[in-house]
Ligand binder design. Sequence first.
Ligand SMILES: [Zn+2]
Length: 101
Amino acid sequence: MGRPGSGALRHGAVLMCFAPHPAPLRPEYQEIDWQTPRRDGRVRVVEWTCDCRRPVYELCGSGGLYYLRRTAQGERAAESGRAIWAETHRLWIALLTGRAR
Ligand SMILES: [Zn+2]
């Protein structure tokens, strides 16, 4: 597997993706409360979406809590609120399946 920021590789004319793409948004979805990023401590990126599409979403951990990070080109990064793993992972799956954004 790749690292964050290396979700896609161009192989000749073919773009090969190794990280998931968020599914199209469903008519009813949970709006994530995106906030200004905190500047605290070490951040561990656990999962991420393919960087051939923007924004890129990452599931991050810091200080025992987890959150989602959204990074779009020419835009400040934004973070969801911090929560325990189970809650953040549920939000991550919802994002990937078009049920949260
Ligand atoms: Zn891709």
